[in-house]
Design a protein around this ligand. Structure first.
Ligand code: GRF
Length: 212
């Protein structure tokens, strides 16, 4: 079993999709040990209702020591950290302790619309303003550079002329709910290998079909 901590900041819909896929048996080698939020968040209630241990580490209280506090909470207890809509910066100590064991989902095709200031609706506003015909989402490893770690998997989403940032966000979020569980499945089945800054996937056919 791969023991994971899921870090959230808000809605927790990506957390919900992970928990759904555990319940359906798709993620049969994943166990969510802890859900940590940097503010009071809807996702915390969801985790509690599933009997998962939850911790709120308010970033207004812990400030620059937030990552250290997270490390104290999970050290020796989890194998992997999943950032699912987590908005605080991950500190060096935490990255070093979990090197190549922290993944993040970002709502664009990295490197487009990523990096500093590119979070939440800003990402989709930037995509609409640029007039791109495709956007999407990316699951990547977390390193010291914001949104800069090795890309594990991406999903493409079309952008239509009539789209607003909000309608695009909604369409991409649906794909996120498939992509993140797919990557967790690959990781828990040892089906990825890190080769420099590239990721080799051993089973490209492992996809979640249909709507989730
Ligand atoms: C998602 O779009 C995620 O990619 C981004 O923040 C949003 C959070 O969604 N980082 P949720 O909290 O999982 O509903």
């Amino acid at each position: 079993m791969l023991k994971i901590a899921v870090l959230i900041s808000g809605g927790g819909s990506n957390l919900a999709s992970i928990l759904d896929k555990i319940e359906s048996g798709f993620l049969n080698k994943i166990e969510v040990i802890k859900v940590i939020s940097d503010r009071s968040a809807k996702g915390i209630e969801l985790a509690k209702s599933k009997g998962i241990e939850t911790v709120i580490l308010d970033r207004k209280i812990y400030g620059n020591n937030l990552s250290e506090k997270i490390l104290d909470t999970i050290y020796d207890k989890v194998d992997y950290i999943v950032l699912a809509g987590y908005l605080s910066i991950i500190g060096t100590e935490l990255i070093e302790s979990f090197r190549n064991k922290i993944i993040n989902i970002h709502p664009s095709l990295i490197p487009s619309f990523s990096g500093n200031g590119m979070y939440g609706i800003n990402v989709h506003n930037a995509a609409i303003q640029k007039g791109v015909k495709y956007s999407g989402c990316t699951v990547h490893f977390v390193n010291e550079e914001i949104d800069g770690g090795a890309i594990i998997k991406q999903a493409i989403v079309p952008v239509y002329f009539e789209d607003t940032a909000e309608s695009l966000q909604k369409r991409i979020l649906k794909e996120e709910h498939k992509l993140l569980p797919e990557v967790l499945k690959l990781i828990s089945e040892n089906m990825i290998e890190i080769v420099g800054n590239k990721i080799k996937i051993f089973d490209e056919n492992l996809v979640l079909e249909g709507t989730l």
